[in-house]
Design a binder for this molecule. Sequence first.
Ligand SMILES: [Zn+2]
Length: 352
Amino acid sequence: MRSARRPNSPENRQEDREAERQKRQDEQLRAVRKRESIILFAFITVILAAVIVVSAVTKDTQQELLKEPEKTTEKTTESTTEKETVINVIGKNETQGTVSEQDAAEIPETSEIREAEHEAEITEPEITAPPETEPSFETEAPETAAPETPAPETAAPVTYETVPSSVNISNSILIPSWITQHFLDISPKNRPGIALPQVNDIVIHWVANPGSTALGNWEYFQNLANPEVNHENISASSHFIVGLEGEIIQCIPVEEVAYANQPRNYDTISIEVCHPDWGGKYNDTTYASVIRLAAYLCEQYGLNADHVIRHHDVSGKDCPKYYVEHPEAWEALRTDITIYISKHPDIEHEFP
Ligand SMILES: [Zn+2]
Protein backbone atom coordinates (compact mmCIF):
# COMPACT_ATOMS: atom_id res chain seq x y z
CA MET A 1 0.00 0.00 0.00
CA ARG A 2 1.34 3.33 -0.99
CA SER A 3 1.81 5.90 1.62
CA ALA A 4 0.31 9.44 1.40
CA ARG A 5 1.97 11.77 -1.10
CA ARG A 6 4.94 13.45 0.11
CA PRO A 7 5.68 16.85 -1.17
CA ASN A 8 8.84 17.63 -2.99
CA SER A 9 9.76 14.07 -3.47
CA PRO A 10 11.63 13.49 -6.79
CA GLU A 11 8.78 11.26 -7.84
CA ASN A 12 6.25 14.06 -7.32
CA ARG A 13 8.35 16.59 -9.21
CA GLN A 14 8.61 14.15 -12.05
CA GLU A 15 4.80 13.85 -12.09
CA ASP A 16 4.40 17.61 -11.92
CA ARG A 17 6.68 18.09 -14.92
CA GLU A 18 4.85 15.38 -16.75
CA ALA A 19 1.50 17.09 -15.99
CA GLU A 20 2.95 20.46 -16.99
CA ARG A 21 4.20 19.05 -20.30
CA GLN A 22 0.87 17.39 -20.94
CA LYS A 23 -0.92 20.66 -20.25
CA ARG A 24 1.31 22.58 -22.69
CA GLN A 25 0.75 19.96 -25.34
CA ASP A 26 -3.00 20.24 -24.85
CA GLU A 27 -2.83 24.01 -25.14
CA GLN A 28 -0.73 23.78 -28.29
CA LEU A 29 -3.15 21.29 -29.74
CA ARG A 30 -6.09 23.55 -28.94
CA ALA A 31 -4.30 26.50 -30.51
CA VAL A 32 -3.59 24.51 -33.66
CA ARG A 33 -7.21 23.40 -33.90
CA LYS A 34 -8.41 26.92 -33.35
CA ARG A 35 -6.14 28.18 -36.14
CA GLU A 36 -7.36 25.41 -38.41
CA SER A 37 -10.98 26.37 -37.67
CA ILE A 38 -10.29 30.01 -38.46
CA ILE A 39 -8.57 29.11 -41.72
CA LEU A 40 -11.40 26.78 -42.68
CA PHE A 41 -13.98 29.44 -41.86
CA ALA A 42 -12.10 32.03 -43.87
CA PHE A 43 -11.80 29.62 -46.78
CA ILE A 44 -15.53 28.87 -46.76
CA THR A 45 -16.31 32.58 -46.58
CA VAL A 46 -14.12 33.30 -49.58
CA ILE A 47 -15.74 30.48 -51.58
CA LEU A 48 -19.22 31.76 -50.71
CA ALA A 49 -18.29 35.30 -51.69
CA ALA A 50 -16.88 34.07 -54.96
CA VAL A 51 -20.08 32.14 -55.71
CA ILE A 52 -22.21 35.21 -54.97
CA VAL A 53 -20.07 37.44 -57.20
CA VAL A 54 -20.10 34.95 -60.07
CA SER A 55 -23.87 34.50 -59.92
CA ALA A 56 -24.40 38.28 -59.79
CA VAL A 57 -22.21 38.82 -62.83
CA THR A 58 -23.99 36.05 -64.72
CA LYS A 59 -27.36 37.61 -63.92
CA ASP A 60 -26.18 41.03 -65.14
CA THR A 61 -24.93 39.51 -68.35
CA GLN A 62 -28.23 37.75 -68.93
CA GLN A 63 -30.14 40.96 -68.35
CA GLU A 64 -27.93 42.82 -70.78
CA LEU A 65 -28.39 40.14 -73.36
CA LEU A 66 -32.14 40.41 -72.91
CA LYS A 67 -31.98 44.14 -73.37
CA GLU A 68 -29.97 43.89 -76.56
CA PRO A 69 -32.92 43.74 -79.01
CA GLU A 70 -34.38 46.90 -77.52
CA LYS A 71 -31.16 48.77 -78.10
CA THR A 72 -31.13 47.62 -81.68
CA THR A 73 -34.66 48.89 -82.16
CA GLU A 74 -33.73 52.28 -80.79
CA LYS A 75 -30.79 52.47 -83.10
CA THR A 76 -33.02 51.69 -86.06
CA THR A 77 -35.43 54.42 -85.05
CA GLU A 78 -32.56 56.86 -84.83
CA SER A 79 -31.29 55.99 -88.23
CA THR A 80 -34.80 56.35 -89.55
CA THR A 81 -34.93 59.82 -88.15
CA GLU A 82 -31.66 60.65 -89.77
CA LYS A 83 -33.09 59.58 -93.07
CA GLU A 84 -36.07 61.80 -92.59
CA THR A 85 -34.72 64.48 -94.83
CA VAL A 86 -34.03 62.09 -97.64
CA ILE A 87 -37.69 61.98 -98.45
CA ASN A 88 -37.64 65.48 -99.78
CA VAL A 89 -34.88 64.61 -102.16
CA ILE A 90 -36.50 61.54 -103.58
CA GLY A 91 -38.10 62.35 -106.87
CA LYS A 92 -41.79 62.61 -107.25
CA ASN A 93 -41.67 61.32 -110.76
CA GLU A 94 -42.21 57.74 -109.84
CA THR A 95 -44.56 56.27 -112.36
CA GLN A 96 -47.70 54.80 -111.08
CA GLY A 97 -47.79 51.07 -111.35
CA THR A 98 -49.85 49.33 -113.90
CA VAL A 99 -53.13 48.35 -112.47
CA SER A 100 -53.49 44.65 -112.47
CA GLU A 101 -55.32 42.09 -110.45
CA GLN A 102 -53.36 40.05 -108.02
CA ASP A 103 -54.24 37.93 -105.13
CA ALA A 104 -53.83 39.61 -101.83
CA ALA A 105 -53.21 37.30 -98.97
CA GLU A 106 -54.35 39.50 -96.18
CA ILE A 107 -54.72 43.05 -95.21
CA PRO A 108 -52.93 44.18 -92.10
CA GLU A 109 -52.66 47.74 -91.12
CA THR A 110 -49.90 48.83 -88.79
CA SER A 111 -46.39 49.94 -89.25
CA GLU A 112 -44.56 47.45 -87.14
CA ILE A 113 -44.55 43.71 -87.36
CA ARG A 114 -44.59 43.53 -83.60
CA GLU A 115 -47.72 45.59 -83.38
CA ALA A 116 -49.75 42.76 -84.72
CA GLU A 117 -52.41 45.11 -85.85
CA HIS A 118 -52.66 43.60 -89.24
CA GLU A 119 -55.69 41.80 -90.34
CA ALA A 120 -56.27 38.79 -92.45
CA GLU A 121 -58.25 39.49 -95.50
CA ILE A 122 -60.64 37.05 -97.04
CA THR A 123 -59.77 34.02 -95.02
CA GLU A 124 -60.58 35.46 -91.65
CA PRO A 125 -62.90 38.30 -90.78
CA GLU A 126 -61.04 40.96 -88.89
CA ILE A 127 -63.42 41.12 -85.99
CA THR A 128 -62.38 37.61 -85.01
CA ALA A 129 -58.78 38.70 -84.71
CA PRO A 130 -57.44 38.88 -81.16
CA PRO A 131 -57.04 42.35 -79.71
CA GLU A 132 -53.84 44.16 -80.41
CA THR A 133 -51.06 43.32 -78.07
CA GLU A 134 -48.55 46.06 -77.97
CA PRO A 135 -45.31 45.51 -76.14
CA SER A 136 -44.03 48.83 -75.01
CA PHE A 137 -40.61 50.15 -75.89
CA GLU A 138 -40.22 50.83 -72.21
CA THR A 139 -40.25 47.19 -71.26
CA GLU A 140 -37.05 45.28 -71.43
CA ALA A 141 -38.64 42.24 -72.94
CA PRO A 142 -37.56 41.60 -76.50
CA GLU A 143 -40.23 41.90 -79.11
CA THR A 144 -41.80 38.53 -78.98
CA ALA A 145 -45.40 39.42 -79.68
CA ALA A 146 -45.80 37.82 -83.02
CA PRO A 147 -48.64 39.12 -85.09
CA GLU A 148 -51.47 36.80 -85.69
CA THR A 149 -50.60 34.37 -88.38
CA PRO A 150 -51.31 35.96 -91.70
CA ALA A 151 -53.17 34.05 -94.31
CA PRO A 152 -50.88 32.18 -96.67
CA GLU A 153 -50.16 33.42 -100.15
CA THR A 154 -52.44 30.75 -101.47
CA ALA A 155 -55.49 32.18 -99.75
CA ALA A 156 -58.90 31.67 -101.23
CA PRO A 157 -59.58 33.55 -104.45
CA VAL A 158 -60.33 37.16 -103.80
CA THR A 159 -63.87 38.32 -104.35
CA TYR A 160 -62.83 41.56 -106.04
CA GLU A 161 -61.30 39.78 -109.00
CA THR A 162 -64.45 40.74 -110.78
CA VAL A 163 -63.31 44.35 -110.74
CA PRO A 164 -62.01 44.79 -114.26
CA SER A 165 -58.51 46.17 -114.43
CA SER A 166 -59.71 48.39 -117.21
CA VAL A 167 -62.25 50.01 -114.93
CA ASN A 168 -62.74 53.65 -115.70
CA ILE A 169 -61.03 55.27 -112.78
CA SER A 170 -62.76 58.48 -111.96
CA ASN A 171 -61.15 59.09 -108.61
CA SER A 172 -57.97 60.70 -109.83
CA ILE A 173 -57.29 63.88 -107.93
CA LEU A 174 -54.64 66.54 -107.91
CA ILE A 175 -52.05 66.03 -105.21
CA PRO A 176 -50.92 69.33 -103.67
CA SER A 177 -47.29 70.12 -103.02
CA TRP A 178 -47.60 69.72 -99.26
CA ILE A 179 -48.00 66.01 -99.83
CA THR A 180 -44.80 64.13 -100.64
CA GLN A 181 -45.45 61.41 -103.18
CA HIS A 182 -43.14 58.53 -102.45
CA PHE A 183 -44.78 55.45 -103.86
CA LEU A 184 -44.03 51.96 -102.70
CA ASP A 185 -42.76 49.50 -105.29
CA ILE A 186 -45.56 47.33 -106.59
CA SER A 187 -45.65 44.11 -104.62
CA PRO A 188 -48.39 41.73 -103.47
CA LYS A 189 -47.51 42.53 -99.86
CA ASN A 190 -47.96 46.29 -99.86
CA ARG A 191 -48.97 47.78 -103.19
CA PRO A 192 -50.80 45.16 -105.21
CA GLY A 193 -51.43 47.50 -108.12
CA ILE A 194 -55.15 46.83 -108.07
CA ALA A 195 -57.54 49.52 -109.26
CA LEU A 196 -59.53 51.33 -106.60
CA PRO A 197 -62.88 51.65 -108.33
CA GLN A 198 -64.50 54.18 -106.03
CA VAL A 199 -63.99 56.25 -102.89
CA ASN A 200 -66.88 56.38 -100.43
CA ASP A 201 -65.07 56.93 -97.14
CA ILE A 202 -61.75 58.11 -95.77
CA VAL A 203 -60.42 55.91 -92.97
CA ILE A 204 -58.20 57.21 -90.17
CA HIS A 205 -55.72 55.00 -88.25
CA TRP A 206 -52.92 55.12 -85.73
CA VAL A 207 -49.61 53.44 -86.56
CA ALA A 208 -49.53 51.74 -83.13
CA ASN A 209 -45.80 52.41 -82.91
CA PRO A 210 -45.14 55.38 -80.61
CA GLY A 211 -42.53 57.85 -81.76
CA SER A 212 -42.08 56.27 -85.18
CA THR A 213 -41.78 58.67 -88.09
CA ALA A 214 -43.76 58.81 -91.32
CA LEU A 215 -40.67 57.74 -93.26
CA GLY A 216 -39.99 54.93 -90.80
CA ASN A 217 -43.48 53.61 -91.41
CA TRP A 218 -43.04 54.03 -95.16
CA GLU A 219 -39.89 51.89 -94.92
CA TYR A 220 -41.78 49.30 -92.93
CA PHE A 221 -44.38 49.02 -95.70
CA GLN A 222 -41.72 48.93 -98.40
CA ASN A 223 -39.77 46.18 -96.63
CA LEU A 224 -42.80 43.93 -96.54
CA ALA A 225 -42.02 43.18 -100.19
CA ASN A 226 -38.82 41.46 -99.08
CA PRO A 227 -39.55 37.91 -97.86
CA GLU A 228 -36.22 37.84 -96.05
CA VAL A 229 -37.47 40.68 -93.89
CA ASN A 230 -41.18 39.90 -93.91
CA HIS A 231 -40.93 36.57 -92.10
CA GLU A 232 -44.49 36.88 -90.89
CA ASN A 233 -45.78 37.16 -94.45
CA ILE A 234 -47.64 40.32 -93.57
CA SER A 235 -49.49 42.47 -96.07
CA ALA A 236 -50.00 46.11 -95.12
CA SER A 237 -49.90 49.60 -96.50
CA SER A 238 -51.74 52.90 -96.52
CA HIS A 239 -52.41 55.60 -99.08
CA PHE A 240 -51.09 58.30 -96.75
CA ILE A 241 -48.97 58.53 -93.60
CA VAL A 242 -49.07 61.68 -91.47
CA GLY A 243 -45.90 62.15 -89.41
CA LEU A 244 -45.05 63.68 -86.04
CA GLU A 245 -43.99 66.95 -87.65
CA GLY A 246 -47.08 67.18 -89.79
CA GLU A 247 -45.35 65.81 -92.88
CA ILE A 248 -47.49 63.74 -95.21
CA ILE A 249 -46.15 60.91 -97.35
CA GLN A 250 -48.30 59.36 -100.02
CA CYS A 251 -47.33 55.69 -100.37
CA ILE A 252 -49.89 54.58 -102.95
CA PRO A 253 -51.65 56.44 -105.76
CA VAL A 254 -55.27 57.14 -104.89
CA GLU A 255 -56.29 55.22 -108.01
CA GLU A 256 -54.99 52.04 -106.43
CA VAL A 257 -55.95 49.83 -103.52
CA ALA A 258 -54.02 49.99 -100.26
CA TYR A 259 -54.02 47.32 -97.57
CA ALA A 260 -55.37 49.01 -94.47
CA ASN A 261 -59.13 48.99 -94.29
CA GLN A 262 -60.10 45.40 -94.74
CA PRO A 263 -62.81 44.51 -95.62
CA ARG A 264 -63.30 47.89 -97.28
CA ASN A 265 -60.05 48.32 -99.14
CA TYR A 266 -61.98 48.69 -102.38
CA ASP A 267 -63.96 51.83 -101.70
CA THR A 268 -61.88 53.71 -99.16
CA ILE A 269 -58.75 55.83 -98.85
CA SER A 270 -56.53 55.15 -95.83
CA ILE A 271 -54.58 57.58 -93.65
CA GLU A 272 -52.10 56.18 -91.11
CA VAL A 273 -51.18 58.67 -88.39
CA CYS A 274 -48.05 58.76 -86.20
CA HIS A 275 -48.33 59.50 -82.48
CA PRO A 276 -45.85 60.21 -79.68
CA ASP A 277 -46.92 57.60 -77.14
CA TRP A 278 -49.10 54.61 -76.44
CA GLY A 279 -52.01 56.85 -75.53
CA GLY A 280 -52.38 57.32 -79.27
CA LYS A 281 -53.41 60.97 -79.19
CA TYR A 282 -52.03 62.91 -82.15
CA ASN A 283 -49.79 65.86 -81.32
CA ASP A 284 -51.03 69.32 -82.40
CA THR A 285 -48.90 69.51 -85.54
CA THR A 286 -49.89 66.04 -86.67
CA TYR A 287 -53.53 66.75 -85.85
CA ALA A 288 -53.52 69.90 -87.98
CA SER A 289 -52.15 67.93 -90.94
CA VAL A 290 -54.76 65.20 -90.49
CA ILE A 291 -57.52 67.83 -90.57
CA ARG A 292 -56.06 69.50 -93.64
CA LEU A 293 -55.53 66.22 -95.51
CA ALA A 294 -58.95 64.81 -94.62
CA ALA A 295 -60.65 68.08 -95.56
CA TYR A 296 -58.79 68.17 -98.86
CA LEU A 297 -59.77 64.59 -99.71
CA CYS A 298 -63.39 65.26 -98.72
CA GLU A 299 -63.57 68.17 -101.11
CA GLN A 300 -61.86 66.28 -103.87
CA TYR A 301 -64.27 63.38 -103.60
CA GLY A 302 -67.35 65.43 -102.85
CA LEU A 303 -67.71 64.01 -99.36
CA ASN A 304 -68.43 65.63 -96.00
CA ALA A 305 -66.87 64.87 -92.60
CA ASP A 306 -69.43 62.12 -91.95
CA HIS A 307 -67.44 60.13 -94.49
CA VAL A 308 -64.26 60.43 -92.47
CA ILE A 309 -64.38 57.32 -90.32
CA ARG A 310 -62.19 55.39 -87.93
CA HIS A 311 -60.69 52.02 -88.69
CA HIS A 312 -62.78 51.01 -85.69
CA ASP A 313 -65.93 51.89 -87.62
CA VAL A 314 -64.87 49.56 -90.43
CA SER A 315 -63.86 46.52 -88.47
CA GLY A 316 -64.34 47.14 -84.75
CA LYS A 317 -60.59 47.35 -84.30
CA ASP A 318 -59.12 49.46 -81.49
CA CYS A 319 -57.80 51.94 -84.05
CA PRO A 320 -57.08 54.83 -83.85
CA LYS A 321 -56.83 53.96 -80.18
CA TYR A 322 -57.21 57.37 -78.54
CA TYR A 323 -60.14 58.32 -80.75
CA VAL A 324 -61.86 55.03 -80.08
CA GLU A 325 -61.44 55.46 -76.34
CA HIS A 326 -62.46 59.11 -76.51
CA PRO A 327 -65.51 59.39 -78.81
CA GLU A 328 -65.86 63.07 -77.94
CA ALA A 329 -62.33 63.70 -79.24
CA TRP A 330 -63.26 61.88 -82.42
CA GLU A 331 -66.38 63.99 -82.88
CA ALA A 332 -64.28 67.12 -82.26
CA LEU A 333 -61.86 65.98 -84.96
CA ARG A 334 -64.71 65.56 -87.43
CA THR A 335 -66.09 68.96 -86.47
CA ASP A 336 -62.67 70.47 -87.11
CA ILE A 337 -62.71 68.95 -90.60
CA THR A 338 -66.12 70.47 -91.24
CA ILE A 339 -64.91 73.86 -90.01
CA TYR A 340 -61.79 73.62 -92.17
CA ILE A 341 -63.85 72.81 -95.24
CA SER A 342 -66.22 75.71 -94.54
CA LYS A 343 -63.28 78.09 -94.19
CA HIS A 344 -61.65 76.82 -97.37
CA PRO A 345 -64.51 76.41 -99.84
CA ASP A 346 -62.13 76.54 -102.75
CA ILE A 347 -59.74 74.12 -101.23
CA GLU A 348 -58.93 72.36 -104.47
CA HIS A 349 -57.65 75.58 -105.95
CA GLU A 350 -55.72 76.54 -102.84
CA PHE A 351 -53.27 73.70 -103.08
CA PRO A 352 -52.29 73.24 -106.70
ZN1 LIG B 1 -55.99 50.85 -88.25
